[in-house]
Design a protein around this ligand. Structure first.
Ligand code: F6R
Length: 604
């Protein structure tokens, strides 16, 4: 999604601005741009890749010591050059912006009445004109005055013609960091953008503004009072940029899952609340229910955990889509543990849902997150860090399975605290968890069979996914993966729901992917399979070795290992990831950057 880099230095900072954008590229964007001060405001923009922008500016000798750059993921206005950032106001003020300004139409009308002309359809251009309109010789004051008029979410970086050695940043609802250098300073939407430039990072808080100059950085809070924000040393994470033997990051990340799970479980010798933070024992002691808030794939991890938490820990659990929860009237319970699940830790809807829960008096919060320095980790009381490593493919894979591993540990922790986990059972469950990487390897070895299926599948227009119990969320996740990267329309149903409507869709043109673990619901699922077969539907069944489901006319079976008990969903999602991947590959799609999607969804 959108990315920001800004810099004030005594050297040419264009390479830093471009390198920063390259580091943020994997998040998805559809246009990009850079502006510098060089005897006036100069700008270059592209609706292609950062690489093209780089080529364009190299050819024109574009350089400057103060500047800002941006990758844009279109919200207001198509991805065309005039909508790409930076936006200028009368060649006097330049702005880049992440987030959405909800009242931009009102502000635009006022500014038009004041004589400003708009060249884009974006909400961002109003910020440029507003700052210009309010500018009376001090950029910081103009920005501070402008943001009081903005409703919505923003992280902005601004510079101007009259004070060319200064960049002002401000944030509310969208992340922004400041990077400290020697005789040069930076802002960015993520510390990762500054990796290799500086590791001394301070995180702005909501409502902060920052005045960035070559040798000085000053932060002001929402009341315009000077504040100190802690400087942290943020080591560049291994970007995972080396593809090794893989064709795409998604494929690499699917195959990294055994390692990612092993890393996520590293050091877990026993089930104890301290795994979730020093205060966890005190917090967990008075918890009587769980509320999980997340989006997309992370939401499906939450749905799976509900099956575990209720069945194994006997703990009432609710799972809500973050963007629904934040606007819904609910009945708050201060004894509820609010669990946020997020790969990026920066998802705007999940962060807003967290804030909403906190505003309702629910202060016991836990983030299960893959980004150690993210806003979510900083804003929750407790944390479990998944150690999947950087996930570059837009379609989440290893983040999901590591989230599940963490959620299973949470389940075991509550089961133990509530007297539902004997010592022997704890030891057995930990053995199972530790064996997961090996079990995953054997599932990954099914890839050749899945490639053969993908050839049959790739040219279908629709698909149904069926699962029951804790494998229903896995069916949802499988359908989401197929939609996202192959663009095949896919829906998932709890298999028992089929006859209540979706069976009407089943014809010989409708492939039905079925997840068939050898669990208590197997016989019910076998009846559902027959219901589909009787209507001519083609079944593609991932069946545990001990289910005895055989391939026959219209039924194709890939045999999974023997049933893996409660952890079986973690194994069953992997072939669905591979199926989506190989369908997308067969269709020639851009697997790692599917159309219209972004990696980190930092707008509502
Ligand atoms: C799908 C996918 C998304 C994310 C969702 C939440 O493959 O990646 O559905 O799961 O946008 O993102 P995080 O987990 O970063 O909060």
């Amino acid at each position: 999604m959108c990315g920001i880099v800004g810099a004030v230095a005594s050297r040419d900072i264009v390479p830093v601005l471009i390198e920063g954008l390259k580091r943020l590229e994997y998040r998805g964007y559809d246009s990009c741009g850079v502006a510098v001060f060089n005897d006036g405001l100069k700008r270059a923009r592209s609706v292609r890749r950062v690489h093209d922008l780089d080529t364009q500016i190299r050819e024109t000798g574009f350089a400057g010591t103060t500047g800002i750059s941006h990758t844009r993921w279109a919200t207001h206005g198509a991805p065309v050059t005039v909508n790409a950032h930076p936006h200028f106001s009368r060649d006097a003020v330049a702005v880049v912006h992440n987030g959405i300004i909800e009242n931009y139409e009102e502000i635009r009308a006022d500014l038009r009445a004041a004589g400003y002309e708009f060249e884009s359809q974006t909400d961002t251009e109003v910020i440029a004109h507003l700052v210009n309109h309010l500018y009376k010789g001090d950029l910081l004051m103009a920005v501070q005055a402008a943001v009081t008029q903005l409703r919505g979410a923003y992280a902005i970086a601004v510079f101007c013609q009259d004070e060319p050695h200064r960049v002002v940043g401000a944030r509310y609802g969208s992340p922004m960091v400041v990077g400290l250098g020697d005789g040069e300073n930076f802002v960015a939407s993520d510390a990762m953008a500054l990796a290799g430039t500086t590791d001394r990072i301070l995180y702005l808080e909501d409502g902060d503004a920052v005045d960035v100059r070559q040798t000085q950085v000053t932060v002001y809070d929402r009341n315009s009072a000077k504040v100190e924000r802690e400087v942290r040393i943020v080591k560049a994470q291994d970007s995972g940029a080396d593809l090794g033997p893989y064709r795409h990051y998604m494929q690499k990340e699917i195959f990294e899952q055994p390692r990612a799970i092993a890393d996520t479980l590293e050091g877990v010798a026993a089930v104890t609340p301290e795994l979730f933070g020093d205060d966890a024992a005190a917090v967990f002691a008075h918890i009587d229910s769980v509320l999980i808030l997340a989006c997309g794939t992370s939401y499906y991890a939450g749905l799976t955990a509900k099956y575990w938490l209720e069945a194994i820990a006997k703990l009432p659990t609710q799972v809500e889509i973050a963007s629904e929860y934040r606007y819904r009237e609910t009945v708050p319970n201060p004894r509820t543990l609010v669990v946020l699940i997020s790969q990026s830790g920066e998802t705007a809807d999940t962060l807003a849902a967290l804030k909403h829960a906190q505003s309702l008096g629910m202060s016991e919060t836990l983030a299960i997150c893959n980004a150690p320095t993210s806003a979510m980790v900083r804003q929750t009381k407790l944390t479990y860090l998944t150690r999947a490593g950087v996930e570059i493919g837009v379609a989440s894979t290893k983040a999901f399975t590591t989230q599940l591993a963490a959620l299973f540990l949470l389940t075991l922790t509550f089961a133990k605290l509530r007297g539902h986990l004997s010592e022997a059972a704890e030891a057995a469950e930990l053995r199972h968890l530790r064996h997961l990487p090996v079990a995953l390897q054997s599932v990954l070895s099914l890839e050749p069979q899945i490639i053969a299926w993908a050839d049959k599948f790739a040219h279908k227009e629709h698909a149904l996914f069926l699962g029951r119990g804790s494998h229903f969320p896995i069916a949802l996740e499988g359908a989401l993966k197929l939609k996202e990267i192959s663009y095949i329309h896919a829906e998932a149903y709890a298999a028992g729901e089929l006859k209540h409507g979706p069976l009407a869709l089943v014809t010989d043109q409708m492939p039905v992917v079925t997840i068939a673990p050898n669990d208590a619901l197997l016989e019910k699922l076998k009846s559902n399979i027959q219901e589909v077969r009787a209507r001519g539907g083609q079944l593609f069944v991932f069946a545990d070795a001990d289910t005895h489901i055989q391939s026959s006319d219209g039924i194709f079976v890939i045999r999974m290992p023997e049933n893996y008990g409660a952890l079986s969903p973690i194994l069953h999602v992997v072939p669905l990831q591979l199926l989506a991947y190989h369908c997308a590959l067969a269709l020639g799609n851009d697997v790692d950057k599917p159309r219209n999607l972004a990696k980190s969804v930092t707008v509502e």
